[in-house]
Design a protein around this ligand. Structure first.
Ligand code: ADP
Ligand code: MG
Length: 233
């Protein structure tokens, strides 16, 4: 019951990339807190640094300054091993391009994070089958990604992101490659899962029609985050 109130905290994050002899500042002084179970959208024009920010929050890349904590534990600065361990325990990811393994079935793709976390094959497969059932894909367990529609692939990707019981899912334009109907279905699924499992979602999106699903909308502009109500974004 003692859920940490904040699942994610970022303080004074800064990031620049070298371009020739110059450093291009992408993020400066980013401060962000996400509560347990909260749904937060990040919007911003292309190139504003949204993907860079998600990578820093996931500990996949290191900030030049500042820190990130996940469930009260330090994600950065920390060793690669410590970051990987925190990611596997607390986080799930959904990308714009599903990033499913092409040779693996839907069931095997979803089971993989559990296997990496040490579950037996039998346990991993039965839990994965249950979750795929839950996202409406019980009849597609043995299909490989190329045999699934775009919307089905993203539902598998959402199941894979959630299978190990993370408290935070980071999603980078997860509906960006979907038609409007599939995008709306995927968003509804994410909302339902966030409510039934108290999973916080931090979602980068371009789609203004999705914003009413979020508790908060943050706009990334000029390297910083500005907050607005969903209705004003
Ligand atoms: N690894 C990198 N090396 C150099 N520049 C990068 C790198 N990653 C991103 N950038 C630059 O940082 C800026 C922000 O990129 P990105 O985070 O992908 O933006 P967004 O996701 O909002 O479209 C862009 O100008 C991009 O060219
Ligand atoms: Mg991006």
């Amino acid at each position: 019951m003692n859920e940490p109130a904040q699942i994610l905290t970022a303080k004074s994050l800064a990031k620049a990339f070298a371009q020739g002899s110059e450093a291009i500042t992408v993020l400066q002084d980013i401060n962000l807190q996400v509560d347990a179970g909260e749904r937060v959208a990040i919007v911003g024009r292309s190139g504003s640094g949204k993907s860079t920010l998600l990578h820093l929050l996931a500990g996949l890349d290191e900030a030049d300054a500042g820190g990130v904590a996940v469930a009260g534990e330090t994600m950065t600065p920390a060793s690669n091993e410590a970051r990987t361990a925190l990611r596997r325990q607390y986080m799930g990811f959904v990308y714009q391009q599903h990033h499913l393994l092409p040779e693996f079935t839907a069931l095997e793709n979803v089971a993989l994070p559990l296997r990496l976390n040490g579950a037996s094959q039998q346990d991993a497969q039965s839990r994965s089958a249950d979750l795929l059932e839950r996202v409406g894909l019980g009849y597609r367990l043995s299909h490989i990604p190329s045999e699934l529609s775009g919307g089905e692939r993203q539902r598998v990707a959402v199941a894979r992101a959630l299978i190990h019981g993370p408290k935070l899912v980071l999603a980078d334009e997860p509906t960006g490659n979907l038609d409007a109907t599939s995008a709306a279905e995927l968003m509804s699924l994410m909302v339902e899962l966030s409510e039934s499992r108290t999973v916080a979602f931090l979602v980068v999106t371009h789609d203004a029609t999705m914003l009413h699903h979020f508790d908060r909308v943050l706009t990334l502009t000029g390297g910083g985050l500005e907050e607005s109500k969903p209705s004003e974004a």
